[in-house]
Write a protein that binds this ligand. Structure first.
Ligand code: C5P
Length: 415
């Protein structure tokens, strides 16, 4: 593992997280969450309620966090005997995972007769965010009392991270599962990113397109979609509402991003036009096929043994970026368009020419063979003033830098 990779994984370096566990079977997932936080560079102080310790031993959490767990407000380790003050002042964030229905109700009431609720009440709310990952049976989740309590903790300044849906430990199926550790990690990392795109609506195209020849075969390319997915994630971390129009790729949807799956360039165009109607930023990273078969055979094109090969005819695909850049929203300054160029040589000249041809304010050049399928990349930003290189780094790190660059170029007052 190289240095670059380490940086990618150290998104929480220097951050101190208080991880609070309350009573629920989802405590088993909190062990993994703790590991992920530590791997991401955070120091983690675990605090457990009495009920949580029925589901997971403090020894396990101590071993994973490398710190003794706090369980009582009477802990004699604190010289001033005020663990609720000390722990909440040290924290960069307090994460409750799992947060039981009962514990959320306790937060609503401002109860403080045990350490975890006490330190939540004592937290300096203006600088220590409180993130809540609920976990409970589906009936408990939809109960008006729970929903009312969630609205109240939200109004009181906590951030409720939502729940997953599916099979529950009780044997029932529905909403109320705690989010997966990886999803929680993404939310916690996002919490610390600067909100440079707050209020913006971003549409990103990503991946290849697939142009069908018949029901079995088609024409596509090697784009993995990784750069576009990283940009969608970075834009959401920066506070934007993000829609990701994705060609056929095998990547998980970034947390909080609306994903529209498409196959062909024509479908990608329709989905992009629709999504961009209310968007303020359009980022075209997709490797769209320039041509598609002129006609699509209803049935598989078979070889007939005669040695005759089929003759394929092509028509040009719509240029999605061009269509949006020439649209009314972009021309009236309401839609900021960003394009990508994958070249194999002479990057600066090709990128400059492409920016002019597409009529867009910002074009991002990269060398195709050095980016397809890779986890890292280097980018060349070309705008009307000149070029700037973002040296080789993980795609998510580059995506965050690109988002900052885009935010700096938005017309004043947009959002
Ligand atoms: O013209 P070229 O394909 O090199 O331009 C690349 C840029 O244009 C990328 O941003 C790509 O997503 C976008 N594009 C598009 N629709 C096409 C072809 C390219 O949106 N049909």
């Amino acid at each position: 593992m190289g240095l670059i990779h380490c940086r990618f994984m150290q998104d929480l370096a220097g951050k101190h997280i208080v991880l609070g566990l309350t009573g629920g079977i989802a405590c088993y997932k909190s062990a993994e969450l703790c590991r992920l936080l530590v791997k991401a560079g955070a120091t983690v102080q675990v605090v457990m309620t009495e009920a949580a310790a029925q589901f997971m031993t403090p020894v396990t959490m101590q071993a994973l966090s490398g710190r003794p767990v706090y369980q009582s407000q009477w802990d004699v380790r604190e010289p001033n005997n005020m663990p609720h003050i000390n722990l909440s002042r040290e924290a960069d964030a307090i994460v409750l995972a799992p947060a039981s229905a009962d514990f959320i109700a306790r937060l609503v009431q401002g109860r403080s007769d045990e350490l975890l609720s006490l330190l939540c009440l004592a937290r300096p709310a203006e600088r220590v965010p409180l993130l809540i990952a609920p976990a409970m049976n589906r009936e408990m989740w939809v109960h008006p009392a729970t929903q009312r309590n969630l609205r109240q903790v939200d109004a009181d300044g906590a951030r409720v991270l939502g729940v997953g849906s599916g099979w529950q430990a009780c044997g029932e199926t529905g909403d109320g599962r705690m989010l997966e550790p990886q999803q929680l990690l993404e939310e916690i990392v996002a919490q610390f990113q600067p909100k440079t795109l707050a209020g913006q609506r971003v549409v990103v195209t990503a991946g290849p397109t697939f142009e069908a020849l018949d029901p079995i075969r088609g024409i596509t390319n090697h784009s993995s979609g990784k750069m576009g997915f990283a940009i969608a994630r970075a834009a959401r971390e920066a506070g934007a509402d993000v829609t990701l129009v994705a060609g056929p790729v095998h990547l998980p949807t970034p947390r909080g991003v609306v994903r529209i799956d498409v196959q062909s360039a024509q479908q990608m165009l329709q989905a992009s036009l629709q999504a961009a109607q209310s968007a303020s930023i359009f980022i075209a990273t997709a490797a769209v096929a320039d041509w598609r078969p002129a006609s699509q055979s209803e049935h598989k094109i078979k070889k007939d043994g005669s040695g005759q090969v089929p003759v394929l005819h092509f028509v040009e695909n719509p240029d999605i970026l061009l269509a949006l850049a020439q649209g009314e929203r972009a021309r009236s300054g309401k839609l900021f368009c960003v394009g990508f160029a994958a070249e194999s040589e002479n990057l600066v000249a090709h990128a400059r020419a492409k920016r002019e041809r597409k009529g867009i304010p910002l074009l991002v050049g990269n060398i195709g063979p050095l980016t397809f399928g890779q986890d890292d990349n280097s980018l060349l930003l070309v705008d009307a003033k000149g070029e700037r290189e973002l040296p080789r780094a993980p795609k998510l790190a580059l995506a965050r830098e690109l988002v900052t660059e885009i935010a700096a170029r938005l017309p004043a007052g947009s959002a």
